[in-house]
Design a protein around this ligand. Structure first.
Ligand code: ZN
Length: 445
């Protein structure tokens, strides 16, 4: 039986790559090299037709996308598009990269807590999705999870830099924003930091990002404006934050400030969505819609759909690179993801951690990758280490460094005042700025 399947798959591959895409009833799904990876007869029968069982998340998502693009190309009728897809002997050519997918799968297989819920998505800067892999008992890579602190660069720090509210050394006080009273009448300070205490000192934005301080994120968001941040997420990235927007209008923006600053959104993100949004920090501020489907052919080999490459400039290229350098702090000593590294290239990224969710979304100049896992018994977020393990199994990096845009200038920053350092300043660091927005010289020292 197995031998028969192997012969059939080979024959189908040849047809798929040639002009006649016929391969029997149902849909033929191919990877990026044209190999057949699944032949489902409906969206519910994916699992039983996979060449490799670990492709289930990818193929499931690719079929949903194929139905959506076919529906969009006609009259928007999803049901009709689904029928047409499965009755038409279509071939869906995906962008699944077997080498990248194997790196995610093998990393999970070698993982010490391998029964843990796990999801991983990898895409490049054209939005081409190389891998979506789930570990555990459900397709966790296709589920939404609270992004936690991984949202801060998107909801707080990118708008702060883009709107000129903050730069490299801007000082935010590491102190609570307010007192809160619970239903039992107990008063406590809010928000708390992951490390459990406050310095009550002014802290540079660089250090706030590096240590993922919740206090600073709330103060910075308040300065940006919660409504403005929510509009930024919706208008620039198409993120659905309607729940938070309505609540901010009805109950006041302080009622959602934690959701927005610390990533407890009503609608969470899938790993693919989060990796997709972070593209902007590695790609000069441009965003390409993540996509698995490259083209769809009918039974006669006619192309009925082809992905049209499109990038949208979401933030200024200087904002993107300043955020990129701020996010590099996270993987350096003192950062929350110092285990994340890839031989031969730069890595930048952000962690997100709660009692239920553990994230690392990391960028190299070639790829964006988000890793999520459920809670371990020891409570640790091991996503940064898993990111390192995935990339160690991937093909060698093509690009060693993120490109620096002409609109960015380096300047020595006084980390005590947040201003441009003079010869008298002692606590200094090279910072990155929009050339048009260099800070004034420190007058404190
Ligand atoms: Zn100074």
């Amino acid at each position: 039986m197995k031998r028969w399947i192997a012969i059939w798959l080979t024959a189908a591959t040849v047809l798929c790559m040639g002009s006649g895409c016929a391969a029997g009833k149902g849909v033929t799904v191919c990877d990026a090299s044209g190999e057949v990876i699944a032949t489902p007869r409906s969206t519910k029968t994916v699992a039983g037709t996979l060449r490799d069982g670990t492709y289930e998340s990818y193929v499931t998502y690719a079929l949903e996308e194929a139905i959506a693009v076919l529906a969009a190309a006609t009259d928007g009728d999803t049901g009709a598009a689904q029928k047409a897809l499965f009755r038409g002997d279509y071939t869906v050519h995906t962008l699944l990269d077997p080498a990248v997918h194997a790196a995610a799968q093998e990393t999970y297989a070698a993982y010490e807590g391998e029964n843990l819920p796990f999801g991983c998505a990898v895409l490049d800067y054209s939005g081409a999705v190389a891998a979506i892999y789930s570990g555990g008992e459900e397709l966790f890579a296709l589920k939404s999870h609270s992004p936690c602190s991984a949202i801060k660069p998107l909801s707080v720090y990118a708008p702060a830099v883009e709107f000129g509210v903050a730069d490299w050394g801007t000082q935010w006080k590491d102190a609570p924003y307010k007192k809160v009273t619970d239903l039992a009448g107990n008063v406590s300070l809010w928000p708390t930091n992951a490390r459990g205490d406050y310095t009550n000192e002014p802290t540079s934005m660089y250090e706030c990002v590096q240590q993922s301080l919740n206090t600073a994120a709330v103060h910075c968001l308040k300065k940006v404006g919660v409504q403005k941040s929510l509009s930024f997420l919706t208008d620039r990235l198409g993120i659905n934050v309607a729940y938070e927007q309505n609540k901010a209008v009805l109950e006041g923006e302080d009622e959602v400030i934690g959701n927005v600053a610390m990533g407890f959104l009503y609608n969470g993100f899938t790993p693919l969505q989060l990796a997709g949004y972070f593209q902007i920090f590695g790609n000069h501020g441009a965003y390409a819609v993540p996509h698995c489907v490259d083209k769809i052919c009918d039974a006669d080999g006619n192309v009925v759909y082809a992905f049209a490459a499109k990038q949208t400039q979401v933030i200024e290229d200087d904002t993107a690179y300043i955020l990129n350098r701020l996010l590099q702090s996270v993987v350096l000593p003192g950062g929350t993801a110092k285990a994340a590294r890839v031989d031969g290239t730069e890595v930048v990224g952000k962690t997100g951690t709660s009692d239920e969710d553990n994230w690392f979304v990391g960028l190299t100049p070639d790829y964006c990758c988000a890793i999520w896992h459920g809670n371990r018994e020891d409570g640790r977020n091991t996503a940064p280490q898993l990111f390192t393990n995935v990339f160690a199994k991937m093909p060698s990096p093509k690009t060693a460094q993120f490109a620096v845009p002409d609109s960015v200038e380096r300047a020595v920053c006084c980390m005590d005042s947040g201003l441009r350092a003079s010869a008298l300043c002692r606590n200094v660091q090279v910072g990155y700025y929009a050339a048009s927005r260099l800070p004034t010289t420190c007058d404190v020292h």
